[in-house]
Design a protein around this ligand. Structure first.
Ligand code: SF4
Length: 715
């Protein structure tokens, strides 16, 4: 590398696969990217979004100066305004009258200081994140089963498995590089089987040996039926090939509790009931059950089709029950595996950036954990009760209970359920602060204060991907205009609120070191999350930090791979819990709203398109929002391909073009989540989504929504 040319190893800012990227700035200033061949997540691969990163980093559309009440100002004025208004609100109405709504786009260091300020110094747990919308049900399911939010396996397991079951995930489009790894492994080992469980026949079906197009939200019936089959296939003591029933009695007896109760609940699910509830015929069910029962190395991947549901947590536990019952967990090529949606959804979980968690995976409800955190931070207080989760947080704003909110790196007026209700809430809120990269999105018009934040190529910190691998995002370009790092903005506000000593960091390396130190600062022996080996990291070591998986306790830097093959769960008795679950029907389609809506991603766009929308190449894949309809429904509605259709729920309506396709089930419709008011006036699909949530996780149900569909004729 000559002096003028710069190469930097960093990490892709889009999905939870967390691919390593080599960013190059050439002698002429040209910016380019390629996959990092040494990064263990992608080994050099990049998908279409990652490959187009260079097209999304320009200065166009950036927010480059702080603004207060519509006027450009300097940082000192803006930061003091935010600090003073938050302090006044807290003094007058108490700590729970303020809130932060943050994002899985933040780096771990940003997340850490925001969580520390709210929970340890303001004294409220009113900090929640858009990660609530994508993986909270997996967190809740993990905590119920394992006693901690721990993903047992690794990406390598997909390549070592003989059977991969993909549930509610279009990983071909949403986790493309992991899909490419699986497809390559299947090609290299032709005996590998793939089963796709999804109401839609997505692109992921292209590598599936069996596609089970079950009814939306009927996964509990499917996996309870599987547990019953595994315990005693249709009442016998052996499976159909004459082998002993595949429940691992030794593992169950040595490492779990609750097997009998879970099985009792599952025994009600004979083939006839499962067939009725899932809409799958018994032959399809038998094929899946026999495949699962007869294959030792099974990985079950699951994502938003499982999580984004009013029964999401129970669905997660129905899957975990089957892996725990067979002891197929934490072994090479075996285990349940939750795919995270965002680049740092997992890092947010590690720092406790959810309203119901403390730092380092500790629990707010646990007084000992609260004491550990408060003592470590030397803070004047610590939140004692969970704060408002995302949907409840915006409801509390609209009700006037929360009077000041700081939105960081997310666009809730487009991405939250009942998006129009979120707009009403922000319009009524006395103080809305937004820190973001862009100067224009649908949330910014509600902001009294706008704070310009660093974008991907300028950021410096860490992210954690779906397999617990912590990687560095490194600065490639200088900060433009007056943009500043998110961690710096939070710390400067904290300093002005009177907490200077606790937020005096010389750089992100000091925040990371503190985060690592608290992860091992536990005196109850239950270190679910531990990266204490990095507690003494200095600037130079941080700069050179290679990707690693946790745990890495103090004094141990050896390679860590999997959890739980030999038990060692994080419940006080060291045992996992099988959780009895029963199916509940979702909102029934009815006469007024006879269709079922699913929302989701497309291949080449990310979230509300503030970055991918800048790339003409990415927009050439699918250039506008659409509604996928089954041909028979299109015929009934008098709709042809590319006609405009109006989709309505009790919460709102959108108008988009019809895409008539046999990939869609009859009676259902799919609309992508990406297009916002900025790009298409009547295509904000989250205006249709009701603010219904899972009672355990608080995750909204962004799928299985009752809607009305009709041909739209302009007046
Ligand atoms: Fe980025 Fe995900 Fe694509 Fe990897 S798979 S390049 S992390 S968007």
């Amino acid at each position: 590398m000559n002096d003028a040319r710069k190469e930097v190893k960093t990490t892709c800012p889009y999905c939870g696969v967390g691919c390593g990227v080599i960013a190059t700035v050439g002698e002429d200033g040209a910016f380019s990217v390629r996959g990092d061949p040494d990064h263990p997540a992608n080994f050099g691969r990049l998908c279409s979004k990652g490959s187009a990163l260079a097209e999304t980093i320009g200065p166009e559309g950036r927010l480059l100066e702080p603004e207060v009440m519509g006027e450009r100002t300097d940082w000192d004025t803006a930061l003091s305004f935010v600090a003073d208004r938050f302090s006044e609100t807290i003094a007058e109405h108490g700590p729970d009258s303020v809130a932060f709504y943050v994002s899985g786009q933040l780096l771990t260091e940003d997340y850490y200081v925001a969580n520390k300020l709210m929970k340890g110094f303001i004294g409220s747990a009113n900090i929640d994140t858009n990660s609530r919308l994508c993986m909270a049900s997996s967190v809740a399911g993990h905590r119920r089963a394992f006693g901690s939010d721990t993903v047992p396996g690794t990406y390598e397991d997909l390549e070592l498995a003989d059977l991969v079951v993909i549930v509610g995930s279009n990983m071909a489009w949403c986790h493309p590089v992991l899909y490419q790894r699986l497809a390559a492994a299947k090609q290299a080992r032709p005996g590998t089987r793939v089963v796709l469980v999804d109401p839609r026949r997505t692109m992921t079906a292209d590598i599936a040996d069996l596609h089970l197009p079950l009814k939306p939200d009927s996964d509990i019936a499917l996996f309870n039926g599987l547990l019953r089959f595994l315990a005693a296939p249709e009442g016998s003591k052996s499976d159909t090939a004459g082998r002993p029933a595949p429940v691992d009695a030794d593992y169950v007896a040595s490492h779990t509790e609750g097997f009998d109760e879970a099985l009792e609940a599952a025994l009600a699910y004979d083939m006839a009931r499962v067939s009725r509830e899932t809409g799958l015929d018994e032959a399809q069910l038998a094929e899946f059950y026999e495949l699962f029962a007869g294959t030792e190395k099974v990985v079950t991947l699951y994502s938003q089709g499982v999580n984004q549901s009013v029964v999401g947590t129970d669905k997660v536990n129905a899957i975990l029950n089957c892996h725990l019952a067979t002891g197929r967990i934490g072994k090479a090529g075996s285990g349940p595996f939750s795919l995270t949606g965002q680049p740092n959804a997992m890092g947010g979980r590690e720092v406790g950036g959810l309203a119901n968690m403390l730092a380092a995976h500790m629990a707010i409800e646990n007084p000992q954990h609260r004491q550990i955190v408060q003592e470590f931070w030397g803070s004047p207080t610590v939140a004692t009760t969970p704060g408002k989760k995302a949907v409840d947080l915006f409801t509390a704003i609209e009700a006037g209970d929360i009077k000041a909110v700081w939105v960081m790196a997310t666009n809730p007026v487009d991405s939250m359920p009942d998006a129009d209700g979120v707009a009403r809430a922000l319009a009524a809120c006395p103080l809305v602060v937004v820190s973001d990269v862009v100067a224009e999105n649908d949330t910014l018009p509600f902001a009294h204060v706008r704070l310009p934040a660093a974008a991907w190529a300028e950021k410096d910190g860490t992210v954690t991907n779906s397999e617990r691998r912590i990687s560095r995002q490194r600065k490639v370009l200088s900060l433009p205009g007056k943009a500043r790092h998110d961690w710096w903005i939070v710390c400067e506000v904290a300093r002005r609120m009177g907490f200077a000593d606790a937020f005096a960091y010389a750089g992100p390396h000091e925040i990371f070191a503190e985060h690592a130190a608290i992860s091992s600062y536990r005196n109850d022996g239950s270190r679910a999350f531990d990266i204490g080996a990095h507690a003494a990291v200095d600037r130079s070591a941080y700069d050179g930090l290679a990707p690693f998986q946790w745990p890495q306790p103090v004094g141990k830097l050896e390679k860590t791979t999997r959890f739980f093959a030999r038990g060692g769960f994080f419940h006080p008795d060291g045992r996992a819990r099988l959780v009895p679950v029963t199916s509940r029907s979702g909102p029934e389609a009815c006469r007024d709203f006879p269709f079922t809506l699913n929302t989701g991603r497309v291949r080449d766009h990310w979230h509300t398109m503030t970055r991918t929308g800048l790339s003409p190449r990415l927009s050439s894949h699918l250039g506008e929002p659409f509604a996928e309809l089954h041909p028979a429904d299109a015929l009934d509605l008098g709709v042809a391909d590319a006609d405009l259709v109006e989709i309505a729920s009790p919460y709102g309506s959108v108008i988009v073009r019809a895409l008539v396709t046999g990939r869609q089930q009859q009676g259902s419709v799919f609309v992508p989540m990406h297009w916002t008011g900025q790009f298409a006036a009547r295509a904000r699909v989250d205006t249709l989504v009701p603010p219904r949530t899972d009672p355990h996780s608080g995750q909204p149900a962004s799928k299985n929504i009752a809607v009305h569909v009709s041909r739209f004729a302009a007046q």
